[in-house]
Design a protein around this ligand. Structure first.
Ligand SMILES: [Zn+2]
Length: 55
């Protein structure tokens, strides 16, 4: 549980009308493609949100 996979490489395994499921080639996890995008965005936001210690 210590290793956090960022799912750098994924492939589409299943597709529904408006949902797409992808599988991570690194850890084998399967998740919603939209969820994956959310994760990426969240991570970006987190890095940008670094509060600079203004006194
Ligand atoms: Zn992964």
């Amino acid at each position: 549980m210590a290793t956090v996979c960022k799912h750098p490489r994924v492939r589409v395994v299943s597709r529904h009308d408006d949902a797409e499921f992808v599988e991570c080639l690194e850890c084998g996890e399967i998740f919603d493609a939209e969820e994956f995008r959310d994760m990426e965005i969240e991570e970006d936001a987190e890095q940008e949100e670094r509060p600079e210690e203004a006194d």
